[in-house]
Design a protein around this ligand. Sequence first.
Ligand code: ATP
Ligand code: MG
Length: 191
Amino acid sequence: MPITEDNTGRAGRAHRIFFAIWPDNDTQKQLAGLTKQLRLESLCSGRKIKAENIHLTLVFVGKVYPDRLEVLRDVADSVKQSVLPAFDLVIDEVRYWKHNHIVYIAPGKVPHELVNLEGALRDAISTAGFPLEQRAYAPHITLMRNAFCPALPELAKPIAWRVREWMLVKSEQATNGSVYTPIGCWPLGGF
Ligand code: ATP
Ligand code: MG
């Protein structure tokens, strides 16, 4: 009898999984530096996201059992890098979602390569039988949670970031926030 942690009869523990783009070290420093530079903590209170946790989610898959992880990797392999080139993401806007108290930064102009990457991944994951939420894609990079912002600062200078790869990531809850672990990486083509 396999060891299970719930009543589904499936072996192993389900992980919380998502596809995302992670900034390179230099971009990570620049993005994390914005919290201080824009004085977000004193302006909005709340909790800042740790530098290493700063990312852009592509597709949130949710609960995935170990035996389905390989399927998800195959799905990612099937997304053709030849038609998905590397691209520049220019982060130039600071925004706030009142309903979930998140301060985030975003590209004012969403590159079509990002839209195509998200669309190709989403289609392939759905076709493989993983249920996905039907939400419009809103690319964003969270900087603060539990925030209350009476006003928002402007970004003095856009941050341009060359996106060359995308990742499969496991998310775990720890006492001091989420811990993200990359468990797969796929290159974009044409560089
Ligand atoms: P926490 O939930 O601990 O506050 P988190 O939201 O960063 O941290 P997860 O909930 O595991 O961690 O989410 C991982 C990523 O997926 C985050 O970028 C999050 O915004 C995104 N995400 C989570 N749930 C959904 C969802 N239902 N639809 C779309 N994206 C989601
Ligand atoms: Mg969450």
